[in-house]
Design a protein around this ligand. Structure first.
Ligand code: ACO
Length: 441
């Protein structure tokens, strides 16, 4: 009769242990009983990038990287992208179920109540240089929101949690639009709650002197679907950051600011910006083979390719590729798409990429759409952050609901053994000096 346990023999001691298996996972704490003496912490697992470690229990997003499956609360991403809206998907992710009509109306109303930001937040943004990276402004400004809402510290209060979740989902587009307008020296545009969540965002970005800004419905829908596709992705780098920071019981604005900081990196949400910069640098489809060779030599990475979890195809990339053509019908074709298509074609046939199971990820084509819609490259990760905020706040609240302990991993210590302090005048002074590094200030 098969049992849901793992039998381990420690060859150092000859002792045998039986460890329970739940959902194909063993509890790392169960390894601690495996020890060679009564002292010391016992056996640990080593997993630097948490590549094979379940760091939490979650009911939000299901992902099967081998099969290219992604579901929010059980619903396939393809269906949500086809039939849902970002606000509805955000409700689903945060609350666990699709809303009824009246619940959805209330949710939309409650989000819209919070789209305005305090005037001091705008002044705060004005303090940044005109060429400041919008992601840096976003991270700083979201973190600063905690000083505007001291009640956010009450993380055990259900009412406080709900209001911070609404504020965060509502204010991210406003702050993002302010960062864009600030870079151009344009006045900020007040939210227009007659428009949809995404339509209002486009208005706050692009409204000029017209009395009423009406977003193009195809572009509005395309951006809304991109927000749905980015809304959650289980325990990725930024979401793990959100859970770790939240586990210290920091307020949710600090949690989201920390998560956004993780997202900004080119290995994560910064990849769409880097991918389009790369496509421009390659310039034309004819230059693709030489570029691929430089990637294979290890000179650089093919940005927007590869994923820690997807080893088949990123299902979001497939949807985004289709949206790209719908957007180009309105905006005109972004010529970098031809470079992207040629890169994908060659890479998917090349043994280097095939053997390593490297495929286009969500960020490979999204940037071509954003660029066609008129967004500067530096805004791309900010757009990602707007969608992902729904996931970050849902994962933060779930972590609190599960009453998780503070995140506190262990290490393999490789440093010196005990040694005694040596006075300054008795230390070896023969090694090379660090030189001064020139730069501003
Ligand atoms: N281009 C070229 N080679 C690559 C790439 C790439 N984009 N990605 C991985 N590889 C190679 C590595 O060099 C390595 O080869 P080796 O075994 O010969 O050393 C092998 O594939 C495995 O790569 P790892 O770095 O170990 O894979 P990991 O799972 O740690 O990294 C990551 C995943 C960060 C996404 C990586 O694929 C990458 O840097 N991609 C480009 C950046 C990117 O697009 N990031 C967005 C990811 S999606 C998201 O966060 C929203």
């Amino acid at each position: 009769m098969p049992k849901d346990t793992l039998t381990v023999v420690d060859n150092r001691t000859g002792r045998q242990y039986e460890i329970p298996i739940e959902h194909d996972t063993i509890a790392a704490a169960d390894l601690a009983q495996i020890r060679t003496s009564e002292e010391g912490p016992g056996l640990r697992s080593f997993d630097v990038s948490l590549a094979n470690t379940a760091s939490c229990k979650s009911r939000i997003t299901y992902l099967d990287g081998e099969k290219g499956v992604l579901r929010y609360r059980g619903y396939p991403i393809e269906e949500l992208a086809e039939r849902s809206s970002f606000l509805e998907a955000a409700y689903l992710i945060v609350k666990g179920e699709l809303p009824s009509t009246s619940h959805f109306q209330m949710w939309r109303h409650n989000i819209k109540m919070h789209t305005i930001v305090h005037e001091n937040v705008k002044r705060f943004i004005e303090g940044f240089r005109y060429d400041a990276h919008p992601m840096g402004i976003l991270i700083g400004t979201v973190g600063a929101l905690s000083t505007f809402y001291p009640d956010a510290k009450e993380i055990d209060s259900d009412v406080s949690r709900r209001v911070q979740v609404r504020r965060l989902i509502a204010k991210l587009p406003t702050i993002a639009a302010c960062t864009y307008r600030h870079s151009l020296g344009l006045p900020y545009v007040a939210p227009n709650n007659e428009l949809s969540y995404t339509g209002n965002f486009l208005s706050m970005l692009f409204k000029m002197t017209e009395l009423k800004y009406r977003p193009d419905p195809i572009l509005e829908r395309a951006l809304d679907v991109l927000f749905i596709l980015h809304a959650d992705h289980e325990q990725n780098c930024s979401t793990t950051t959100a859970r770790v920071v939240g586990s210290a019981h920091a307020d949710p604005y600090s949690v989201v600011a920390a998560a956004a900081a993780a997202l900004s990196g080119p290995r994560h949400g910064g990849a769409s910006e880097s991918a389009v910069r790369m496509l421009h640098e390659i310039g034309s489809a004819a230059n693709v083979p030489a570029f691929i060779e430089s990637v294979k030599r290890g000179d650089r990475r093919l940005m927007g390719f590869g994923h820690r979890v997807y080893k088949n195809y990123d299902p979001r990339a497939r949807i985004i590729k289709k949206i790209a053509y719908e957007v180009f019908e309105v905006t005109g074709r972004n010529p970098v798409i031809d470079v992207a298509l040629e890169l994908e074609k060659i890479a998917l046939e090349d043994p280097y990429f095939v053997d390593r199971r490297l495929y286009p990820n969500v960020d490979f084509y999204s940037g071509t759409i954003y660029e066609a819609m008129g967004f500067p490259l530096a805004m791309f990760p900010v757009l990602f952050a707007i969608g992902r905020t729904a996931g970050w706040v849902a994962q933060w609240a779930e972590m609190l609901d599960f009453d998780e302990r503070i995140a506190r991993p262990r290490q393999m210590y490789l440093g010196h053994d005990l040694r005694s302090y040596v006075p300054l005048d008795q230390r070896d002074d023969s090694s090379e000096l660090e030189t001064e590094i020139s730069g501003p200030y």
